[in-house]
Structure formats: C-alpha cells, structure tokens
Design a protein around this ligand. Structure first.
Ligand SMILES: Cc1ncc(COP(=O)(O)O)c(C=O)c1O
Length: 360
C-alpha cells in the first residue's frame, strides 16, 4: 500500500467507501463551514470533546458517556487497548486472515498469537466450534475479531455472535470487536455491539470505512470506563486528545450517520453489481464471492497460485491498485483484496485494467 497507494490512478484495493468532500458532508449534514469560524484553537478532552462524545453515546451506548473514548481512527484505539491490556507471554486469539494491526501489535508486545482461521473451503465462513476448541486449549487473555471482515467481507449471524461472547466469557478473555464495517451490511441488519451481555468487551468504530471520511482520522473506542481511564494515561504520552476541528466534523457525521451510511450503502451496492457482472464475464479467470458487508472482498485468480506479480504488473502497467493476499499471510497468496467502495468511474477503470492484464 505504501509503495503504490499514492502513485496509481485507480485504487480498487482499499477497504473504505468513496471519500466525501467537505462540501458534500456539509450539504448532507446541513451545516455551514462558517460555524467553524468562532472556534477557539483550544485543547480538547482526553476522552473526546463533550459534543462528539455525547453524539457517539446517543448512537452507541444508549446515552451513557462513560464507556466512550474518541480516538485518532480506530488505529489509535487498537494500539492503546493492546498496550494497556497485554503483557509479554499473554495468549491472544485473532481471526485469520486479519487487518495487520489486529495481530501485529500484540505480537510486537511479545504475546503468543493463535490464529483462528476462517474456513476458506467454505467461502471463509466462521467456525465457532474451532474457536471454542482453541480458547479451551490456550486460555487466551484476548480474542480479537472483525465482522463484517476485512479482507473477505464475510460476517457472522447473531446466533454465532452470541456463541462468540459465550466462548470469550468461558475463557475469561477480553473480547475485542472491531466494528469498522459494522454499519455497512447488504443482506442482513447490522449486528448489535456485543455490549450488555459481557462486561469484558471492547468495540472499535471509525469514520474511515462506512462514512467515507478516511482523511478525518477519527474513530472511537467503547470499553468499560475503568479501562478507558487506564488507556487515557498511555494516551497522555501519544497525542493527548483529538483536535476539536476534527471533532466538529465528526459530530456532524454521527448526528447524520443514518443518512450518510445509507447513501454510501446504495452507492456500494451498485458498485457490487458492477463487480459481479464483470466477474461473470471472466469465467475461469476470476472468482468473486459477494460480501455480506463492508466494501472489500478476497478475489481469486484461478491459475495464479501467487498473485503478487500480477498485482505489481497491474500497478505498474495499468496504474491500478489491488492488495496481494500475501500481505495478509503467505498462505493467502492466491487471493487479492479488491475494494469496490470507490467512485463508480474508478471501479470500472480498475476492473477494465485487470481484464486487459488477464486477457492480454
Ligand atoms: C478492520 C480494520 N480495523 C481498523 C482499521 C483502522 O482504520 P482507521 O484507523 O482509519 O479507523 C482498518 C483500516 O483499514 C481496518 O480495516
């Protein structure tokens, strides 16, 4: 991503939806940029400015402010949670494949990482009985999951989510629920946050994915208040708090979240159709599984056991970005992450580039 992200013309490798302009956000949320004028460049608060925190609490915790912390994207939340809760030698179970931060921060801290492999022979479905077995064997301090899932787009059912909570509870483990794509589902209602039923639960959210506000760099962490207080101590050494300028935009977005997400969902749904139609025209050359949520899917290119070279040629010859599966682990070399959330023009241009490369 670092090599090619800013060099290609058509990014169809990223996992977020089409990013909005400030003017679009202002128009959807019905505010004037002049509202920013009187803002004083003053410090915000360790747990987040009160207006944004209140808006997040209204959306996610039934109005309870105490479990809410505003962060610099969910990246900061993941980093602080792992550094606050984990010690070298701790056992951590992480869904596999996964967004790299979800396992590498714990690995860097000297934790033992056990992969809970999604079942690739069954479209990367989640096998809860294998998770239960792993949890019984390794007695983890933490179980880390992300559904709808990056990079495959699969999700779990509410029943499986209840089973997951039960498994974490039986192990006495922290359940880390990365909700980055949680609001953007296609065929089912979004899953509820696993709060309420289990006290040792932490959830991350972000404006980067379903909202199209990646450059805002704002996310949130929902966790037991005593944990947030410990996290705030570490945060004092990092960035102290999120800028009130960013919080201004983020608060507008949360207050209008349903409108924003439903617009982005409709856009993504139309793009998904374009993707599936394209795949249908290339039988035997590409295999695409429709995702349950999010805007990424793990595409297979039959005949290419390692797609890394293909992705490199795609970036260099066609100026199109896909993320080779090996970035998610050696055993995923036969897949590439394809993100269909960008503009329709970008998606069509990117797909045309892949087609030329495959047929040429
Ligand atoms: C599953 C998942 N979690 C968290 C993040 C971090 O996103 P951000 O820091 O932009 O909120 C990403 C980014 O790609 C992701 O895919």
């Amino acid at each position: 991503m670092r090599l090619y992200y800013h060099k290609v013309d058509h990014d169809i490798g990223s996992s977020g939806v089409r990013d909005m302009t400030i003017n679009e956000l202002a128009s959807i949320c019905e505010f004037e940029l002049s509202e920013l004028g009187p803002m004083i460049f003053h410090d915000s608060e360790s747990f987040g400015g009160s207006r944004l925190r209140r808006a997040l609490a209204d959306r996610w915790t039934g109005g309870d402010l105490d479990p809410v912390m505003v962060t610099h994207g969910s990246s900061e939340a993941i980093y602080i949670v792992m550094h606050t809760l984990l010690d070298p030698g701790d056992e951590v179970i992480v869904v596999d494949p996964a967004y790299q931060q979800l396992y590498d921060i714990a690995a860097g801290l000297g934790c033992r990482i056990t992969r809970w492999a999604l079942n690739r022979d069954d479209g990367f479905s989640a096998d809860l009985s294998s998770l239960r077995r792993l949890a019984r064997e390794s007695r983890p301090r933490m179980i880390v999951v992300n559904f709808p899932h990056n990079p495959t787009g699969v999700s779990i059912t509410p029943q499986q989510q209840r089973e997951l909570i039960e498994i974490a509870e039986e192990a006495g483990a922290w359940l880390v629920w990365d909700h980055a794509f949680g609001e953007l589902t296609y065929t089912t209602e979004p899953l509820p946050l696993p709060f309420g039923s289990y006290a040792k639960c932490i959830a991350f959210g972000t404006f980067s994915k379903s909202y199209g506000l990646a450059g805002l760099r704002v996310g949130w962490c929902l966790a037991p208040p005593e944990l947030l207080h410990r996290m705030a101590v570490l945060r004092d050494y990092i960035a102290l708090y999120v800028s009130p300028i960013l919080e201004f935009f983020a608060e507008k977005a949360v207050r209008n979240a349903d409108r924003i997400v439903s617009l982005q969902r409709e856009h993504a749904r139309a793009n998904l159709k374009t993707l599936l139609d394209w795949a249908e025209e290339l039988p035997g050359l590409v295999k695409v599984r429709p995702p349950a949520g999010g805007v990424a899917t793990f595409v297979e290119f039959p005949g290419h056991p390692d797609v890394t070279g293909l992705c490199r040629r795609l970036a260099e010859q066609e100026r199109v970005l896909l993320v080779p599966g090996h970035c998610f682990g050696e055993s995923f070399s036969g897949y590439a992450r394809l993100g269909f959330g960008g503009t329709s023009t970008e998606l069509s241009a990117g797909l045309a580039g892949i087609r030329r490369l495959l047929l040429g």
